[in-house]
Ligand binder design. Structure first.
Ligand code: FPP
Length: 262
């Protein structure tokens, strides 16, 4: 299959999810890519700018990479925007990140139907400001009207992998207490339906820029068989070429899932 040209002008792998031999460009494209958007603060510091400028640049990178993922045929992009631990940052920084999310959502409610971009949130929205929460609800409603075949971006907000598992366990326990579920029927597939990622396949590829090589409480349940790609590039400098490299690295790997090559 020939490569496709994208609106960014780059040559991208074709829209294909077929499993091909490892290392062939365009074959075996990950259906779901997850990214820890790290390095915004250091990117800003290296330019003598405030940390908030790094987040602003990081939000632009998210837009570009989401568009690129959509254009090359990746079905899901999940990004870590704000963790359950990020509340410990200064009020100025927390407010700046929330303001960027609000700006993005305000634009998204007007454009997601036109652009066929579904938008979903992972995380506990309870402590999020009412206005932002209402916008997230609105984008969820629009998402419901869009086709399941459309590209979907998942934004992790007030998210922690352990917290997600705890919230799922509580919900399952509550359903048992209400007589709607029985403990004996719980298996991995059923438990997955209680997670924020219900109905979404696990990410095949998890990317962390900025030189850090940790998972930092990201998608702990879903990463069981994910491939990891690390790069020293700070998130604001992460571009389409870097994503191509991450996908090529993924495609060159032999995924065995505990013994059998799938
Ligand atoms: C990690 O870099 C980044 C964050 C905690 C915030 C990410 C948020 C955005 C990119 C903005 C909003 C997002 C969307 C989806 C519109 P860091 O601050 O920890 O960087 P450092 O490790 O260099 O200090």
């Amino acid at each position: 299959m020939a490569n496709q040209s994208t609106e960014t002008g780059r040559l991208a792998p074709p829209r294909s999810n077929e499993t091909g031999s490892s290392g062939e460009p365009g074959k075996n494209l990950p259906r779901h890519i997850a990214i820890i958007m790290d390095g915004n603060g250091r990117w800003a510091a290296s330019r003598g700018l405030p940390r908030t400028a790094g987040h602003k640049a990081g939000a632009e990178t998210f837009r570009r990479i989401a568009t690129y993922c959509k254009n090359i045929g990746v079905k899901y992009l999940t990004v870590y925007a704000f963790s359950t631990e990020n509340w410990k940052r200064s009020e100025t920084e927390v407010s700046a990140i929330m303001a960027l999310l609000k700006k993005y959502l305000l634009e998204a409610v007007d454009t997601m139907e036109r652009d066929h971009i579904r938008l979903h949130f992972f995380g506990d929205m309870t402590p999020i400001a009412p206005e932002l929460r209402a916008l997230a609800r609105e984008t969820d409603e629009i998402t419901e009207h869009l086709s399941k075949d459309d590209f979907q971006a998942n934004v992790c907000l007030n998210y922690g992998g352990r917290d997600e598992i705890l919230r799922a366990a509580r919900r399952f326990a509550a359903d048992c207490a209400a007589g709607e579920r029985r403990v004996e029927e719980l298996d991995e597939a059923l438990f997955s339906e209680y997670l924020d990622s219900a109905g979404i396949p696990d990410p095949e590829l998890i990317i962390r820029p900025s030189g850090e090589q940790r998972l930092s409480n990201f998608l702990l349940w879903q990463c069981a068989y994910s491939e990891f790609y690390y790069t020293d590039t700070f998130w604001p400098d992460f571009d389409e070429a870097e994503l191509d490299r991450a996908i090529a690295a993924y495609q060159s790997r032999d995924r065995r899932f505990g013994g059998v090559k799938k």
